[in-house]
Design a protein around this ligand. Structure first.
Ligand SMILES: [Zn+2]
Length: 396
């Protein structure tokens, strides 16, 4: 693998340095690098910002309409309406999951993401079709982006007998994460769904990531159940709860208790800054030591027309929805889409130090906060030491 020399870049908005990438890692990072291997390709950074590769910790690339003609959203207002609408549309459109997921993953690469955690629908009607389609994309784009798969029971787990077996097959077949969905609201059996999920995770050494939209005290009670099981099975650091709207709906005393449970059991929380609901308080939770991360969630699919897999834009949305104005607050939002996500996904050697893997994004701007607010075209994206996108175009 040839070396790359990025001249005059500013890691996270700091002092200007040269960065030499060799063998897929950051080999040197110095004010000026004058000597380097003969086969090195040089890029002039012109004092642009250098960020670590962005991490989309919650996306659904299997169900996107990305790249297709515009489709007005027709889903009803309730969660169950959206699930039913999607299942009908899937039958009608007969889209190729491999093609659709590849198109969106390419867009994510162009916008600077180095890692995705994608939930993949698994149900008794569709079996492992979506899982297999996304597996094909993961293999095809392996040199340009890492994709982690969540075996996700989008239509319910226990309410549809046979789903648990399919989820187990997916985990045995390469999904790193076991998904869940509103154990109370969808399955109406919170202990049953959680026991089943935790059992699969324990048997296969998988991580867990549960969609929890259930609101108020019903949602909060399920966080207690998740914490109990995490503790009992010693799965600290391996469990995440996505959305967790309930954390924004309980009183301060109860929130303090839930925060303690999350910290004690090292359970991470994913928020994408939804427009439809109160969402977990980012500053309060991170300052208490809860690990937070973020993601696109659905991108132009049957659930809604929004999204573009841009994790700078996601940090913008988190900031806007949280009423962040100060640079340090906006950079906290960006942290969810960089270091926070990498931590939850288990990415080793992540960052901008010598020895870190060379997953890098170069963007114009003075500070990381400015990059979040401006969301400029990514000048350059490097994955594992290879150039994968230039001026907003995926090269793979
Ligand atoms: Zn989701």
């Amino acid at each position: 693998m040839a070396s790359l020399l990025l001249r005059k870049v500013r890691p996270l908005g700091g002092d200007t340095v040269d960065v030499l990438v060799t063998g897929g890692v950051i080999a040197r990072l110095e004010p000026e690098i004058a000597t380097y291997p003969a086969d090195t390709t040089l890029f002039e950074g012109e004092n642009q910002l250098l960020l670590p590769g962005l991490v989309d910790g919650h996306i659904h690339i299997d169900k996107t309409f990305w790249g297709l003609p515009w489709r007005p959203n027709q889903a009803g207002p309730h969660l169950i309406d959206k699930i039913e609408n999607e299942r009908l549309l899937r039958k009608e459109l007969q889209l190729s999951v491999a093609e659709q997921s590849e198109g969106l993953a390419r867009e994510a690469i162009a916008r600077g993401s180095s890692w995705l955690r994608t939930h993949v629908d698994i149900d008794t009607e569709n079996g492992l079709t979506n899982f297999e389609g996304v597996l094909a994309t993961r293999e095809k784009l392996a040199s340009a982006i890492d994709i982690q798969l969540v075996a996700f029971p989008q239509s319910g787990l226990l309410t549809r007998p046979g789903t648990l077996e399919l989820i187990t097959d997916a985990v045995a077949g390469g999904a790193e994460v076991v998904g869940g969905l509103d154990p109370a609201g969808i399955d109406r059996n919170p202990a049953g769904q959680l026991d089943a999920i935790f059992n699969v995770a324990e048997r296969y050494g998988a991580m867990i990531d549960i969609h929890l939209h259930d609101r108020g005290e019903l949602g909060a009670f399920q966080i207690e159940l998740i914490a109990e099981r995490t503790n009992a099975l010693g799965l600290q650091g391996r469990v995440a709860v996505s959305h967790a709207f309930c954390l924004a709906m309980v009183d301060d005393t109860y929130l303090a208790r839930l925060t303690e449970l999350l910290v004690e059991n090292d359970i991470a929380i994913m928020t994408h800054g939804p427009g439809s609901s109160p969402f977990p308080p980012i500053l309060k939770l991170t300052e208490s030591g809860v690990r937070l991360f973020s993601g696109s969630d659905g991108v132009r699919d049957a659930w809604g027309p929004f999204g573009n897999a841009d994790m700078l834009e996601r940090a913008w949305i988190l900031s806007y929805r949280s009423n962040f104005r100060k640079d340090h607050e906006i950079e906290r939002a960006l942290q969810l889409t960089t270091f926070g996500g990498a931590d939850v996904l288990g990415v080793s050697d992540y960052g901008l130090e010598v020895g870190c893997r060379a997953d890098l994004v170069m963007v114009p701007g003075d500070t990381p906060a400015e990059a979040v607010i401006s969301r400029p075209v990514r000048s350059m994206v490097i994955k594992g030491g290879t150039l994968v996108a230039l001026e907003g175009r995926c090269l793979v």
